[in-house]
Every structure is written in C-alpha cells, then in structure tokens.
Design a protein around this ligand. Structure first.
Ligand SMILES: [Cu+2]
Length: 344
C-alpha cells in the first residue's frame, strides 16, 4: 500500500510540474532559443520602408494573428525636430525618433528585415549637414539569439534579415548596437517592443498609450544641432522627452475620461539616466515591472526605471481634470519629460 501511495504521489508531482511548465523561470516550457543564421544581402529587400504590427507612440499597434509575423523597418538619416527651433539630422528606425512600437505576443516568431538606407536619404541633404552614410544594426532585448550573428552591423545599402521568437512578456527596448553605441543611441536609434502574454495582459483597460522616455545631447552647429558624445558621457542631457519631442503632450494633451482605467506601456530608453515616472493626481494602481505580470507591484506613487527598463502601468483617472505626468526627477521634467492627460 505504501508503494502504491508513493507512486501515486510521484505521478501527481510529475503531472503538476508538467502543467506548470519551466519551474526555473516561471514561464512556459515551450520557449524557443536561437534561430537560423541571419542573411545579409547587398540590396534593399523591397521599396517598402516598414511593415508589421507597428505604430508611433502614444498609439499602441494592433496585434496580428498568426505564428509568424513579418516586420520591417529601415534606417534613414533625416532631419528631426526635438523642440521649437531645435532640429538635428537623426538616425532613425522607421522614419522617426524613437522608432516605431512593435506589438507581438509570446510564442509569435518575428521575421525581421531592415535595410540601411542612410545612403539614399543623404542624397536629399545639403552638404553643410556634414553627415555621412553609416553602418547600423539592431539589438532586440525581447529576443534570445546570438548577438554576433543577428545584431551585426550592415553597410549603407545592405539588408539584414533574421527571425526571433518572443519568449517573455514585457516592454522591451531595441536599439542600434553599432560602435560607438552611445553615439548611435543619442542620434535616435531606440524603440519599444511590447510582448503580450499569450493570453493577453490580465484585466481590461479602457485606454492604452505607449511612451518612450529618452535623452538628447545636442550642441548648436550652424542652423542645426548635432548630437554631442562628450556631454552624453557626462550624462548631462540637453532635453529629456516622452516620444521624442519636448513637452508634446503638454501642447497636445492625451484625451481620457473620468473613471477610466489607463494602461501605459512605458520604456526608459535612456541611454544614461533613470526615470521616476509619476502621474500628478492619482496613484499607480498596478505596475508590472518590465511588463511581466508576474512582477506586480501595487499602489505606487512613482515607478523607478533605469535605462533599458520598461513597465506596464495601470491607473484610474479619479475625476475630470488635467493630470500631468512627469519624470519626478524634476531636472528631467524641466528638460521636457512632462505631459498632460485631460479628462473630460
Ligand atoms: Cu546605428
């Protein structure tokens, strides 16, 4: 009898462990590691510069169905305006700073393609901007692949293609990893990937926004500005922004309604400084650190994120009014990391 009980007990333990998946990570055991070698070719793979479940913050792109998702965003060098009368030639993913938000879910495989078009766009620019075509690359923090292969630099005119599978839910960063990395990041090469849990984020929100915080380090040169690596090394930003433009949501507030539950996907792209994100007039009801619902914190006045950290933040708008959101490290708010939610 004792033996039967022992075997029944072991069988139950086995069944329980099989159901709960990978005990080490707390994530399902069906994770996918690595992928076939990246392909680099000397031609653009199409005339289209971007495709996939992409949108520019504060918009959150729609998820797409299917196990494999085609995603493409190319690199260009273009003039970008950070603040009134402050523009510089930025290095962009998908034509903006930060790059587009990519939205996928756990288990989906991303078939990614990127052409370095820094040579194309430069043809349209004046010489005094003094900008050369440049090798670039992309590093997805949401992927688990060999960085020497997938995150390698490609030359102007070349295309890199590789696949990766989303294993963990979260709000992840992507960025250019071409040396000098600090320089490529302060030129604008950062962006957000939202990986939803397979079954979606728990609960329901009335409204969603995606916000990337990042720093700009600029000095004036002629009529335009240029990023300055020496002040970036000192970690003394010229501007700190939400989605790339100083105070843009003070000028054009995000519209919400009293009583609504807001879900914010927040990424601190840095590259150097932390953020202490706070919404004046409410409390952060739920915070999933790095966007994984297993990392839940509740009732926070602010959420502190170092560079390359993200969070899903939910809060309720208690009543009609104007709710300012800031990096509560107030030097950063003063340099542009400030926005407004207007509740009618
Ligand atoms: Cu780059």
């Amino acid at each position: 009898m004792k033996h039967i009980l022992f075997y029944a007990h072991m069988a139950l333990l086995f069944l329980l462990s099989a159901c709960s998946g990978n005990k080490n990570s707390g994530e399902p055991s069906s994770q996918s590691y690595g992928s076939p070698k990246a392909i680099v070719s000397s031609q653009p793979d199409s005339a289209i510069h971007s495709k996939g479940p992409l949108a520019f913050g504060p918009d959150v792109p729609q998820l797409r169905d299917g196990d494999t998702i085609d995603v493409k965003f190319d690199v260009t060098h273009e003039l970008f305006q950070v603040a009134r009368a402050v523009s510089f030639v930025a290095w962009m993913y998908g034509g903006s700073v930060p790059g587009p938000v990519l939205h996928v879910k756990v288990g989906q495989t991303i078939r990614f393609s990127m052409t370095d078009r820094s040579n194309d766009t430069m043809k349209n620019m004046t010489l005094q901007m003094n900008m050369m075509p440049m090798p670039h690359s992309i590093d997805f923090h949401a992927a688990m692949v060999n960085p020497e292969d997938k995150y390698r630099s490609i030359n102007p005119g070349e295309t890199i293609q590789f696949i990766w599978t989303a294993n963990y839910p979260g709000v992840f960063m992507y960025h250019c990893g071409t040396p000098m990395v600090l320089m490529h990041m302060i030129y604008g090469m950062v962006g957000m990937v939202i990986v939803e849990p397979k079954e979606g984020y728990p609960g329901k929100a009335d409204r969603e926004f995606a916000i990337v915080q990042n720093e700009f380090y600029l000095k004036k040169q002629g009529d335009v500005y240029i990023p300055d690596t020496s002040i970036a090394r000192l970690k003394q930003p010229s501007f700190v922004t939400f989605n790339g433009k100083v105070g843009q949501y003070v000028i054009n507030p995000l519209k919400v309604k009293a009583g609504e539950r807001i879900r914010l996907y927040l990424l601190n792209a840095g590259p150097n400084n932390a953020t202490s994100f706070h919404v004046i007039g409410t409390i952060l009801d739920k915070v999933w650190l790095d966007g994984n619902p297993k990392n839940e914190l509740v009732g926070l006045q602010s959420v502190f994120l170092g560079p390359a950290s993200g969070a899903v933040i939910e809060f309720v708008i208690p009543e009609k009014g104007r709710y300012t959101f800031v990096d509560h490290s107030f030097a950063d708010a003063d340099m542009g990391a400030m926005g407004t939610l207007v509740a009618e």
